[in-house]
Structures are given as C-alpha cells and as structure tokens.
Design a protein around this ligand. Structure first.
Ligand code: BV8
Length: 249
C-alpha cells in the first residue's frame, strides 16, 4: 500500500502521469512482457515496425485486428477511474501521457490525455497526410483497406493502424505538450504506473521530470528497469494502489 508520505497535492502542484500496459492488465489486456503477452507469437519487428508492415501488411492487420477485438471486450478498471477522478479535481494542473493504445483511458472519461504511441481505433494512410479516422473494424484480409483520398488521385495506398511502431518517431506535438506542461508547473509530481520502463523515449520521462525538480513516484507490480530513477516506489496492482494513493492526495 502507499508509502507513509502519501501523494500530498497542494494548490500549487501539477501532476504528470505516464501509464503503461500494466494499468490495463486488470482490465484483461495482456501486457507486452508478461507471459502470454501479445508479442509471444510474433516478434516486435514482424508486427510493430514499418519494415514488418512493408513485408507483410496482412499479418500486421491481423495482429492489430485481434487487439481491437480484445480491447472492445475489456472495461476500464479502478486505476483508470482514479486517474480520471484526479483529472476532474486538478483540471489544467493534470496531464496523462499513456503508452497504451487500448483506448481504455478515453473510455474511462480521461480528456487531458496524450496517447504518445497512438490508438488501436484510429487508422490512417501509409502514404498521404489525410487525418486518421476512427475505425473499429477488423481487417483480416485478404483485401486490405486502402486510402480513398489516394485512390481519387489514382494511387493505391494501404491504410495502416495509427500506432507509433518501433523505429518510428513519436509525434513531436505530443512531446512538446508534455514539456510545456512540465515547464509551466509551479511544483511538479510525476507519477508512472504499470510500465516496465523498457521503451524509449517514454522511459526517459522520469529523468526530464526530475530535471525540473519533480517529486517522482512509480506504481508497479514489480521493480521496473528504471525504478532507481524514482523517489518513491509503491509495489502493487495499479487498480488497487492508485485509488488509495490518489484518494489521499
Ligand atoms: C523512437 C505501439 C526515434 C505498438 C509501442 C533510446 C532512445 C530512443 C529510442 C530507443 C532508445 N533505445 C531503443 C530505442 C528504440 C525503441 C525502444 O525503446 N526499444 C526498446 C524495445 C528497447 N524505441 C522506439 O523505437 C521509439 N521510437 O525512439 O523514435 C527513432 C526513430 C528512428 C530510429 C531510431 C529512433 C518508439 C517506441 C514506441 C513503440 N510502440 N507501442 C503497439 O502497442 O502495438 S511500445 C509498446 O511497448 C507499448 O506502447 C509500451 O510502450 C511498450 C511496453 O511497455 P509497457 O507499457 O511498460 O509494458 P510492459 O509489458 O513492458 O510492462 C508492464 C509493466 O506493468 C510491467 O513492469 C509489469 O510488472 C507491470 N504490471 C503488470 N500488471 C500490473 C502492473 N503494474 C501495476 N498493476 C498491474 N496490475
């Protein structure tokens, strides 16, 4: 349960949260690294990289379609709801960056949300800059979805999941929004939850927060790769720890 020093939040304190797959584990969505994670039957390179999509777009669409199907059967858990409740209390002194693409924070009502790795239910053209569109369809092939805007121009372009794959840059507008939030904070608390700290640049966010004098907390089922970078580490399931930790805040 929470450390003796609970997450004291006064009117000058802003809270930046970073969540990872562990926050959705209690909703039934397998994490990437736990046994039985999604990656087991596929390598990251095969299904979550531009090269993998170029080599076998049907496999990639099957992988993401399976995850769309799974995510639609899952519900936000108390950890998601605790973060939404904190947002309602803090308003513009709260920002949630998530590595998760499962849409559960949005379905829990979070609005001050930056989905730094994209969203399972958005699809965009692999070629042109047409705005990503909401898409809950499965695309198991053999005919894969194609861009209507490109088609009007006589070009055959595949649509792709609006996901940041390994080897792809994160949206600089997302990173700028997070930096601006941290810079504007009179006093900053950084809370990471349900993340192994294995994937960059998200894993470096704690260092950027500390460089701004933040007090840093990690809520995780086990020690993460970057646990040492945090002032406080609360070990336990986020669906149990976050409501307790944030209620006392
Ligand atoms: C990039 C979408 C620039 C896909 C994802 C240094 C700097 C920059 C880049 C790199 C670098 N070093 C290496 C890289 C490359 C790479 C990277 O980080 N590789 C790793 C594997 C070493 N990074 C990139 O490629 C990034 N791009 O930097 O661009 C660039 C450009 C060109 C060339 C070079 C560089 C892009 C990274 C984004 C990749 N996309 N997601 C999809 O989802 O299909 S990442 C994906 O995996 C997730 O989004 C998530 O971020 C990550 C998994 O991490 P977690 O969320 O932490 O999940 P995990 O399973 O690992 O951990 C869960 C934790 O929860 C565990 O600790 C567990 O104990 C805990 N837990 C479980 N249950 C619970 C719980 N905790 C609490 N309660 C519970 N109930």
């Amino acid at each position: 349960m929470p450390n003796p020093e609970t997450l004291a939040l006064d009117d000058d304190t802003s809270v930046l949260v970073l969540t990872g797959a562990g926050v959705s584990a209690e909703s039934g969505i397998p994490t990437f690294r736990a046994a039985g994670g999604f990656w087991e039957s596929h390598s990251i390179e095969q299904v979550a990289s531009p090269g993998g999509f170029a080599r076998d777009p049907a496999l990639v669409w099957r992988f993401y379609s399976e995850r769309r199907q799974k995510a639609l059967t899952c519900l936000p858990n108390p950890g998601h709801h605790a973060l939404r409740a904190l947002e309602e209390r803090l308003g513009d002194r709260f920002l949630l960056a998530t590595q998760n693409v499962d849409d559960l924070h949005r379905r829990a009502g979070s609005q001050r949300l930056v989905e730094i790795h994209g969203n399972l239910f958005l699809t965009r053209c692999s070629h042109c800059a047409a705005t990503p569109v909401r898409d809950e369809e499965e695309h198991f092939g053999p005919d894969l979805p194609r861009c209507p805007a490109c088609a009007r121009g006589g070009r055959e372009s595949l649509l792709r999941p609006h996901i940041v794959w390994f080897g792809e840059m994160l949206d600089p507008r997302h990173l700028e929004r997070i930096d601006r939030f941290m810079d504007a904070a009179r006093r900053l608390v950084f809370l990471a939850a349900g993340t192994s700290g294995a994937v960059w640049p998200a894993a470096g966010m704690v260092n950027a927060a500390r460089a701004r004098g933040a007090t840093t907390w990690l809520v995780n089922a086990e020690a993460a790769e970057n646990t040492a970078a945090f002032h406080h580490f609360v070990e336990g399931p986020s669906g149990l720890v976050l409501p307790a930790l944030l209620k006392t805040a």
